[in-house]
Design a protein around this ligand. Structure first.
Ligand code: GDD
Ligand code: GTP
Length: 425
């Protein structure tokens, strides 16, 4: 029997994701029409003999209870949200809820960071992990990054033949390796002995020498406290993949993830894509490439959508509208002949007629092999806004006949004119 843990953090994390996380917890933000971590759940539910998924975070349970109930219904697998009393770190929560993870005696458990997206190779990881031998504690998914970008990730040096991790440094300050940790692991339950040892040493230090506070012992980081010391012991392995993988840190990264998940649907969930001719040609809008339209959305037949567009429940898309590389969230209304490009239109937002909402994509550099998406801060070193996708927070009103370029609009704003490279508070 197998289990899975999805780490989702809490309201203090995901700050680079604002204003999208202002009205919805970041892990539930819809990408390709599904809440972000539904993609994780779907991947886990596909693994044979995986009996339970535990979502760990410090969001109030009330914010996740409905989602969890819906997911159990949909995937027929046991799912629970376990709330940490405070941020316990990437291994602190796993340790705190160890009895829940170990109950039923799983052979192994997956750990997935909630803020990554990928074509999760879970079955392959299980097979790989089983071949690494009985003393192996963990196999981590790894991928190649550029030299420069590798510094923002956990860096792995592996034995080329055995794939044992010889050296691991979390976000090094100088170059270590271009092989990076994807934040997706499969662990044996024996890993708890190591986490427990870290916890007990911390507690001893506190009681004996007054080092730190009693609370600090409970905060444990999987990367620094567990992986770094375990590297070189022959008990941790890396499984390198070349399939698509990316972090979901900034709003811009959701547009990139949207595109890749829609592409995966082509082979796995064709029913989630709208194809030309699906609804009978006469009433169907024009579709280019991969597009997801929620069945309750209304799209005028003279509109053109795609490639890489997701339209949420209850949206109304008017005549002559053009949408490309964008996410339109539930209840939004795009009026006649407007254009939406590289943007996210927030829940219940209204875009007038003949208006242009446009952003700048932040895709990985296509000329650099293994380049990942950069997650730039909002402002550059001269205090100017870095060009990025345009984001309308929830319930924003954009008037007719204006241009909104590379801007971020906070929820409930009613714009009256055009804006370029601005944050509208
Ligand atoms: N439950 C819980 N409690 N989850 C947490 C906590 C916590 O206290 N802190 C972080 N998380 C969750 C986050 O929501 C995220 O999904 C994941 O754990 C990773 O946390 P971060 O602290 O944001 O780390 P990171 O994303 O910068 O780096 C990690 O992921 C990279 C790949 O995306 C590291 O594992 C790197 O080595 C790795 O390369
Ligand atoms: P960019 O600015 O992103 O191109 O990165 P960079 O200038 O930091 O690295 P670049 O790829 O130009 O390489 C700099 C030097 O490092 C060259 O001598 C490369 O041959 C060497 N190098 C590149 N990748 C690796 C690697 O993975 N391992 C080692 N040991 N050396 C590398």
């Amino acid at each position: 029997m197998l289990k899975a843990v999805i780490l989702i953090g809490g309201p203090l994390k995901g700050t680079r994701f604002r204003p999208l996380s202002l009205d919805i917890p970041k892990p539930l933000f819809p990408v390709a029409g599904l809440p972000m971590i539904q993609h994780h759940i779907e991947a886990c539910a596909d693994v044979p003999n995986l009996k339970e998924i535990l979502i760990l975070g410090y969001y109030p349970s009330s914010e996740l209870s409905q989602f969890v109930a819906e997911m159990m219904q949909e995937y027929k697998v046991n799912i629970r949200y376990l709330q940490e009393f405070t941020a316990l770190g990437t291994a602190g929560g796993i340790y705190h809820f160890r009895d829940q993870i170990r109950s039923g005696n799983p052979k192994a458990f997956f750990v997935l960071n909630g803020d990554v997206c990928a074509d999760f190779p879970l079955a392959e990881m299980l097979e790989f992990h089983q071949q690494t031998g009985s003393s192996s504690l963990m196999t981590m998914m790894a991928t190649e990054a550029t030299r420069q970008q590798s510094l923002h990730y956990g860096c792995i040096v592996q034995d080329k033949d055995t794939h044992a991790v010889q050296h691991y440094v979390e976000k090094p300050s100088t170059f270590v390796s271009t092989l990076i940790n994807c934040g997706v692991y499969i662990c044996s339950v024996e890993l708890f002995h190591h986490i427990s040892a870290v916890f007990n040493t911390r507690q001893q230090n506190y009681y004996n020498d007054g080092v730190g506070s009693g609370m600090e012992a409970a905060v444990i980081h999987l990367e620094k406290d567990i992986l770094m010391p375990l590297a070189g012991t022959g008990k941790v392995f890396a499984m390198q993949t070349n399939t698509w993988w990316s972090q979901l840190k900034t709003a811009g990264s959701t547009i990139y993830a949207n595109r890749h998940f829609l592409e995966l649907f082509r082979t796995r969930h064709r029913e989630r894509l709208v194809l030309n001719g699906d609804r009978g040609d006469s009433e169907m809008c024009r579709i280019i490439g991969d597009v997801h339209i929620h069945p309750t959305a209304t799209v005028h037949r003279s509109a053109t959508l795609g490639p890489n567009v997701s339209v949420g429940p209850g949206c109304v898309i008017g005549p002559g509208v053009r949408i490309r590389e964008s996410i339109v969230l539930a209840g939004a209304n795009i009026s006649d002949h407007s254009l939406v490009l590289h943007s996210i239109v927030g829940r219940d937002s209204q875009v007038g007629q003949w208006t242009r909402v446009e952003g700048t994509p932040c895709d990985p550099n296509p000329n650099k092999p293994f380049a990942k998406m950069d997650n730039p801060p909002l402002f550059n070193s001269d205090g100017r806004l870095n060009p990025s996708i345009t984001i309308l927070g929830c319930s924003v009103t954009v008037p007719s006949e204006v241009i909104l370029l590379n801007s971020i609009v906070l929820p409930y704003k009613e714009l009256t004119r055009s804006f370029k490279n601005e944050i509208i508070l």
